[in-house]
Design a protein around this ligand. Structure first.
Ligand code: S3P
Length: 346
């Protein structure tokens, strides 16, 4: 188990989401700003006004070092500027510390931060201040983050308290996936639409004596709709969220299976972390040009822009334990190659 740290600009919800994540993981929660105020008996604003920002950063660095080196795993909401300090970035970069960067646009954040008093850096024009802070800090957030999570879609699709619960659900699931990396005894097949995941998956599942969990079939069984119908009626974002949900449900089942995952599950960090929790992830590799030509051929599939296959290729590779060329091979040959690759990784 590792420390979980939420980083990001003011207003991204580090404190409120962090508290909820800690409850889900049954771990303690610490807000770094509150910890500074408690230790010094002063307010963040007071420290900035009387001693200046460098003095505040020193206190912040000390608090972060204490929290990050404690033996009990905690969930920490870091102050928005904690990552400007090199020593803190070094600690955050340790592999056992899981860092989530919560993101949103300066306009969205400004609409949520105006009433708070502990943010002296946002006095005046908060949109301009947040925009400047983001451009100065983005590379540091990026340097320390294991995953990046945009909080705005959740806020667009639900009122505030529910959105925070939903974000906390996703972050807690990402922590579980991270802590279970390569430990879930499933074989996942992924690759562009048209690469034969279902057909090959069925043959591999038979050979291994495991059930096949096919994303499209599960989706149809639970919703009564095909992927194309869901995309047409509710949009691709809803379809992809459902596909990630199908994947996660399959991965957390204790019965070892072969999972034919939807291509979209590699798009978001959230889906990629889930994929990486499987012991084996085999990419069925099809020349991107051929894949693009085949996409959308099946009636049950939504049409996908031709460059989608090209864009996803490196994402598949980033989660793969093996890659099998499909080209024009028949399903039996591809299944044999998959089985050989699994043997190699056992
Ligand atoms: C700061 C963010 C604040 C607080 C201080 C400085 C920053 O924390 O630490 O006002 O430099 O971005 P929140 O991120 O909790 O608002």
């Amino acid at each position: 188990m590792s420390h979980v740290v939420l980083v990001g600009l003011s207003g991204t919800g580090k404190t409120s989401v962090g508290r909820r994540v800690a409850a889900r993981l049954d771990r303690c929660f610490v807000d770094a700003d509150e910890e500074i105020e408690e230790r010094t008996g002063r307010t963040v604003r007071g420290i900035f006004a009387e001693d200046g920002e460098p003095a505040f950063r020193e206190l912040e660095t000390e608090v972060m070092a204490d929290l990050l080196t404690s033996t009990e795993p905690v969930v920490i909401a870091a102050g928005g500027g904690a990552i400007v300090t090199e020593a803190t970035r070094k600690l955050l970069g340790q592999p056992e510390i899981f860092v989530v960067w919560l993101t949103a646009t300066p306009e969205f954040l400004a609409s949520r931060t105006t009433k708070k008093v502990h943010r002296p850096l946002l006095d005046g024009d908060p949109v301009a201040a947040l925009g400047k802070l983001l451009s100065e800090r983005a590379r540091w957030y990026d340097e320390v983050a294991d995953v990046t999570y945009d909080v705005q879609p959740a806020h667009r699709s639900a009122p505030k308290p529910e959105a925070k619960e939903n974000i906390a659900d996703v972050v807690a699931a990402m922590v579980h996936d991270h802590e279970n990396a390569r430990s879930r005894d499933h074989v996942v097949l992924i690759g562009p639409m048209g690469s034969g995941k279902t057909t090959v998956g069925r043959l591999v599942a038979e050979a291994l004596g495991r059930p096949l969990v096919d994303s499209d079939e599960r989706l149809a069984a639970t919703t009564g709709l095909t992927a194309r119908e869901i995309a047409d009626a509710h949009g691709p974002t809803t379809l992809h969220a459902l596909e990630r949900h199908m994947l996660r449900t399959a991965l957390t089942s204790t019965r070892p299976s072969v999972i034919a995952a939807a291509a979209s599950t590699a798009d978001e960090p959230e889906g990629r972390l889930a994929l990486v929790s499987a012991h084996d992830v085999v990419v069925l590799w099809l020349d991107p040009e051929v894949a693009a030509a085949r996409e959308g051929e099946g009636n049950h599939r939504p049409t996908v822009p031709a460059d989608e296959a090209l864009r996803r290729a490196p994402l598949y590779d980033s989660v793969a334990t093996a890659r099998v060329d499909v080209d024009d091979r028949d399903a039996d040959t591809v299944a044999k190659r998959v089985l050989a690759a699994l043997e190699g990784s056992a």
